[in-house]
Design a protein around this ligand. Structure first.
Ligand code: SF4
Length: 448
């Protein structure tokens, strides 16, 4: 059982030196008990106390890493139920399913889709992380050959799926150095799979038929010395699997129940045969609380929204994504090129700059710091109004870069044009389009 805050406090030095970042040992003890601080933050804990505190200091949901290097995926490690409390830290990984019962051309096309589906969005690259290799033939040699192929043709993490430890061992022979996730330890094979996980230092997933059995299996694995565990409650209906996710997260965070304090794996691919329904189910587990989401296949029209949803859910809701204030040159602008201005909400910046680029009219884009708010919100909040824009335009030095002194403002801020002409003597204020998609046509009419 984890220790309470008071029990932890009794083991701390009680000097209240504040070096851990909080003013008192009691406050630090309470943070440790809530899983919101690391024991290493206190330099004065005795070795004896350290051993006792280890359990209390461990994160309530163990972080688990699958894969190695730049493409390694870390899941788990969350400390809150809801993202308004604190941002979610480790986004779930998306896996594409490849089976040794598929023909070569199907396998090749899935591996190609895995590598090709990458999207640029607000300066980030969005892409899936994992290939789930499933044994359906029961043939260890065939499975090993397929795992080898996946290893050579993809740089992502690998999940080895079989209930037969001999087949799993063959898969591990092919890719152990890539630290795959071994799926799965079950009631029938738990001891053997635990040995495989330890011998190869790989994380292991546990599959049970209900939460009670799941608890027993994780307890067996941890007693056997396996620390990196991923949970599959075995439910394959949306309702039951969703309930399981919530119960597991709540047990780990609210009850500090260690046997369920691990990230989860979910299988929308086994919950429906309808690809669109599968994408909708996957989207639910992005929000609550899938750690790894296995899809039957990747299609751009369903994968892209899932990647964007994941990015949004795992963005700090208290801090909008913002671009640095300044002048951005697009193309090769000269002294006659257009000058536009927008807010520094990243999505706005990337849409506007993308549309300017698409117009092929070299331009300068002024990005005004609006604390990450979009144009309309910033305007309503008084952060994108004449009084705020004019000093920025003057200070930016844009007046020395162009001859024409014409400034294109977003259509949604048209009400500021009069104020800006007063605040910026010598500048002509032009009202640009409301929608980013109309910028190319607008710029094509540009004349100095
Ligand atoms: Fe107490 Fe250690 Fe924090 Fe100092 S650093 S206040 S001794 S818990």
């Amino acid at each position: 059982m984890p220790l309470t805050g008071i029990e932890i406090f009794k083991l701390l030095p009680k000097t209240n030196c504040g070096e851990c970042g909080v003013p008192t040992c009691l406050a630090f003890a309470m943070q440790l008990a809530a899983g919101k601080a690391q024991l290493s933050a206190c330099p004065y804990v005795s070795e004896e106390a350290k051993a006792k505190l280890e359990e209390a200091a461990a994160p309530p949901i163990t972080p688990v890493t699958i894969g190695v290097g730049d493409r390694a995926l870390k899941v788990g490690g969350e400390t809150v139920m809801f993202r308004h409390e604190k941002r979610f830290d480790n986004p779930p990984g998306f896996a594409i399913l490849i089976s040794d019962a598929m023909d070569e051309s199907e396998i090749d096309s899935r591996l190609e889709r895995f590598s090709q589906f990458q999207y640029e969005r607000v300066g980030l690259t969005l892409r899936p992380e994992l290939v789930a290799v499933k044994d359906e033939s029961g043939d260890a040699a065939k499975f090993e050959t397929l795992v080898n192929k996946v290893k050579q043709n993809s740089d992502g993490g690998i999940i080895l799926i079989s209930s037969n430890p001999d087949v799993l061992a063959a898969g591990l022979k092919a890719c152990a150095e890539r630290k795959p996730l071994i799926y799965a330890a079950t009631e029938d094979n738990v001891a053997r799979v635990a040995d495989l996980a330890k011998e190869n230092s790989c994380p292991v997933a546990v599959r049970a038929s209900n939460l009670e059995e799941l608890t027993q299996l994780t307890t067996k694995l941890t007693e056997a010395g396996v620390k990196d565990i991923v949970l599959d409650s075995g439910s394959r209906t949306l309702r039951q699997a969703f309930e399981d996710q919530v119960i597991i997260r709540s047990a780990a965070l609210n009850k500090k129940f260690r046997p369920l304090g691990f990230p989860t794996i979910v299988f929308p691919c086994e919950m429906t045969d309808d690809p669109m329904k599968e994408a909708v189910i996957a989207s639910i587990f992005v929000a609550k609380y899938g750690g790894i989401i296995v899809l039957s296949d990747f299609q751009g029209h369903s994968l892209f929204p899932l990647l964007v949803e994941r990015m949004n859910i795992y963005t700090d809701p208290q801090r909008p994504l913002a671009t640095t204030e300044g002048i951005y040159e697009i193309g090769s602008p000269d002294e006659n090129s257009p000058v536009l201005i927008t807010s520094n909400f990243s999505l706005t910046y990337f849409i506007v700059s993308g549309e300017i680029e698409a117009s092929k009219v070299s331009s300068r884009l002024l990005v005004k710091d609006t604390e990450g708010l979009s144009v309309m919100t910033a305007w309503a909040a008084g952060k994108f109004v004449a009084d705020a824009i004019a000093p920025f335009v003057k200070k930016s030095g844009i007046g020395d870069m162009v001859k024409h002194h014409k400034l294109i403002i977003p259509g949604y801020a048209a009400a500021e044009s009069g104020g800006l002409e007063e605040e910026l003597p010598g500048w002509e204020i032009l009202i640009g389009p409301r929608e980013g998609s109309h910028i190319p046509a607008y710029l094509k009419t540009w004349k100095t």
